[in-house]
Design a protein around this ligand. Structure first.
Ligand code: MN
Length: 313
């Protein structure tokens, strides 16, 4: 059975208990869970996560890392994907005792049992869901990948990672300034993973990684009633978006259940801001989404050579 691995920086660590609650509900009994984080080991949110995992009877191992060791130019992309997501590239090295690992982003919501997925053997280093959006077309290198997958949910053969020397390859990519800046410019890890694996990936059924933004469209959501994992990819996160979608509500219920008595004021603000009242997120996030949409529209009308030129600057 695959273990589960999540990666969190200081900012998302607050929400990690919601992931634990979901893993408890839908992962197999005895499943191993890994949290990879760059937080100080005495961070109170980390201590809280450990207590919650204990209360849930989950086998959680925390791996604290110094990211500077892995990536010399450690900073987030223009798309605000946290820089720590680059650590996905080094999971083979970070989890030397594991072969098969299900990697999950913090912004995922599990809706159904993951038993089948966790027990799926794979013959490629990566198994993931294909992205049908235009992100493949925005791949920053001239040669587009054959298949373009999303890196928010991935089943990984870490044995293959180690056999193929992926950590070393990842270091080489990150140290090549031009290649690395291009590949990290939008999604940090995702374009690098596609660069490394797009010819060597198994596609998983779409139900294992459905974008919340697609589910907001009624025609699509009707077709998909067996969704196992929803991902809040992009700006809309279940903890910062006022829209009370089915899956946002589901996330809130997990989060509220997980923190229970250990909630502090900030957690309560997160939950309360969903129930009416004005929070900065209610104004800023829709504005941000509007800006994102406008930029997308503008970008889609700009010829490719200008984009390259801008990127060059
Ligand atoms: Mn994500």
């Amino acid at each position: 059975m695959a273990a589960i691995a999540l990666i969190s920086d200081e900012e998302t660590l607050r929400y990690f208990p919601a992931n634990l609650q979901q893993i408890k509900a839908f992962g197999d009994v005895g499943i191993k869970v890994y949290l990879i984080t760059n937080c100080e080991s005495d961070n109170p949110l980390l201590a809280r996560a450990v207590v919650i995992a204990n209360n849930l009877n989950l086998d959680l191992s925390v791996i604290t890392i110094d990211v500077m060791k892995f990536s010399p130019q450690y900073k987030s992309s223009s798309n605000r994907v946290p820089a720590i997501s680059l650590m996905k590239l080094f999971l083979g090295e970070l989890l030397p005792d594991e072969d098969l690992v299900l990697y999950l982003d913090i912004d995922t919501v599990i809706c159904k049992s993951l038993s089948t997925l966790l027990n799926t053997p794979i013959s490629t280093p990566v198994a993931a869901v294909e992205e049908l959006s235009t992100n493949r077309a925005y791949f920053p290198l001239e040669e587009l990948p054959e298949v373009y997958f999303n890196s928010g949910v991935m089943l990984l053969s870490l044995n293959s990672f180690r056999a193929l020397g992926i950590s070393k390859k990842a270091h080489e990519v990150l140290e090549d300034y031009d290649l690395s800046s291009a590949l990290r410019s939008r999604f940090m890890d995702q374009d690098i993973l596609n660069y490394l694996f797009s010819r060597n990936v198994t596609l998983l059924p779409r139900k294992y990684n459905q974008f919340s933004s697609n589910l907001a469209k009624p025609k699509i959501s009707i077709l998909l009633d067996d969704i196992a994992i929803v991902q809040f990819a992009g700006m809309e996160k279940p903890w910062n978006y006022p829209r009370k979608s089915e899956y946002t509500k589901l996330w809130i219920s997990y989060f509220a259940a997980s923190i229970g008595a250990s909630a502090d004021r900030k957690d309560l603000t997160i939950i309360k801001s969903r129930k009416g009242g004005l929070s900065p997120a209610k104004i800023l996030v829709p504005l941000g989404l509007l800006l994102e949409k406008t930029l997308k529209l503008v970008r889609s009308r700009v010829p490719y050579w200008i984009k390259n030129l801008i990127r060059g600057i």
